[in-house]
Design a protein around this ligand. Structure first.
Ligand code: BGC
Length: 483
């Protein structure tokens, strides 16, 4: 493809040399198959009673034992914290319409210094935003149940007790790792003392996504996020969840697949650029898989490759701009216009000029190939990971063929012009016996958190009914005996 446009520039040599830079990002189907197998092995380690301690893929039990059955109802508050923004929502789950209605919502930003400051400051900020929302919407005094989407790896003890294992995605607030996040939130609300909340259900965004899609399609049993970070959850057989008592039924497991490779198992596919991104991050050595895939890092991988190509005189006549040399200056969303079918030179002109670069059409095309190659690797790696999950579910259930639905959310999946297509095509090759429907979550994981709270309440209601009716049986039996 490159030959056609470098025809006046000794194309063959140029293309071959360029291909040398791109090759480490181009993973064959066999390699992806291998990666998928490695992840499956690590998933088993993560589920094990003893092996989980050192497992890079954490496989965290979520205590979510059921997906929605369509009879959930009520009003809820939802908090959604997972990136630089934080959302508060008032949500109504309507049984008759099988709908989760967003009544109202508000977005608060989290300033960068707060992402790296004391934890108490972060939770006070969250409590203040929630307080503002409650009073401006006249919800004070209603004591609504709260679904809290907290999109970081947490060891969940109960649905309302969740210990942060570690921060990811650029957060590094002190005094939160190892602590119960629900408790920190409740303490911040108590410090204010001007409003109250009801029962809290805490969920990861993957779980929220699975649950909100599950309300529309009850065969949705996987949730996947490809946004600032990446992760997936799925319904696992209880008998395989060795760390939780009980053998019956299923439980949703938050895989935290972003940690895949943290024990060095992906060294063979990590490029020098991946290593540089990891080393420059606030958490080196942590979430290696995520750093090869998600929106927080993709743009930076591209930038580092462009800098190298410029240094080696393949781009911009060997002249990098000050902006291009600045870490973080090539954001992931800049990739999309390069790849888009309507890719017009005007779009690209705007971006490259903003980066202070002197470029020609060949440069623009080479940048496009770089963006394409790096995002394509991301989609294919996600496919390998998703295939590991669907193949596992199929195996668990001893099915020749599995039909299932994945709820998906995240800016990379939603905004990248062909990410979804490439992911789906690759997963079909890696998991040929699984028919997967992809359902994009329109609701956001915040609504899903409300849904988890609603399902928890429904189950509590049903178990109360069960206890009542057992009581009645006993009474009837007593009456029979008396007669
Ligand atoms: C976090 C996950 C989260 C994912 C997507 C990762 O960095 O560890 O808990 O689900 O990002 O937001």
């Amino acid at each position: 493809m490159l030959t056609s446009f470098r025809s006046n520039l000794e194309t063959r040599k140029y293309s071959k040399a360029l291909q040398g830079y791109l090759e480490p990002f181009q993973l064959s189907l066999e390699k992806l198959q291998e990666v998928s197998h490695r992840l499956r092995r690590d998933m088993t380690r993560g589920l094990g009673k003893h092996s989980h301690h050192n497992a890079p893929v954490k496989m965290l039990p979520t205590f979510v034992r059921a997906t929605p059955d369509g009879t959930e109802k009520g009003d809820f508050l939802a908090l959604d914290l997972g990136g630089t923004h934080f959302r508060v929502l008032h949500v109504r789950v309507v049984e008759e319409e099988q709908k989760v209605l967003k009544m109202d919502s508000q977005i608060c930003t989290i300033p960068t210094d707060m992402m790296l400051g004391p934890g108490q400051q972060l939770f006070d900020h969250i409590a203040a935003c929630l307080g503002d929302f409650i009073s401006s919407r006249n919800l004070k005094g209603q004591t609504l149940p709260l679904g809290f989407t907290f999109s970081f790896p947490c060891e969940q003890k109960e649905i309302d007790k969740s210990i942060l294992i570690r921060w990811t995605k650029g957060f590094k607030c002190s005094g939160v790792e190892g602590e119960d996040v629900v408790k920190l939130l409740k303490e911040a609300i108590q410090r204010r003392g001007d409003y109250e909340i009801g029962t809290v259900a805490m969920v990861n965004d993957t779980v929220g996504t699975m649950m909100s899609c599950g309300y529309r399609d009850q065969s949705c049993e996987i949730g996947m996020i490809i946004g600032t970070g990446t992760n997936a959850c799925y319904m696992e057989e209880m008998k395989n969840v060795k760390r939780v008592e009980g053998e019956d039924g299923r439980m949703c497991i938050n895989t935290e697949w972003g940690g895949f490779g943290d024990d060095g198992s992906l060294k063979d596919i990590q490029t020098t650029f991946d290593v540089m991104v990891d080393e420059a991050s606030v958490n080196p050595g942590v979430h290696i898989f995520e750093k090869m895939i998600s929106g927080m890092y993709l743009g930076e991988i591209v930038r580092l490759l462009l800098v190298k190509l410029t240094e080696d005189k393949f781009l911009f006549s060997g002249q990098a701009s000050e902006t291009l040399l600045m870490p973080g200056s090539f954001e992931t969303n800049v990739i999309y216009p390069f790849i888009s079918a309507e890719h017009s030179l005007e779009n690209v002109e705007h971006i490259l000029t903003k980066l202070g670069l002197k470029w020609d059409e060949v440069d623009a095309r080479v940048v496009r190939v770089c963006c394409d190659t790096i995002s394509s690797r991301s989609a294919r790696l996600c496919a390998a990971a998703l295939a590991a999950i669907t193949n596992r579910i199929r195996n668990n259930r001893k099915l020749g063929h599995l039909k299932t639905t994945v709820g998906v959310d995240g800016t990379v999946y939603k905004k990248h012009p062909n990410f979804g297509e490439e992911l789906q095509a690759t997963v079909r090759l890696l998991a040929p016996a699984c028919h997967i429907t992809f359902m994009v979550s329109e609701d956001g994981s915040g609504k899903g958190a409300a849904m988890v709270t609603a399902v928890a309440q429904r189950l509590a209601r049903q178990s109360r009914l069960l206890e009542d009716s057992e009581g009645e049986d006993e009474e009837e039996e007593e009456e029979d005996e008396n007669n």
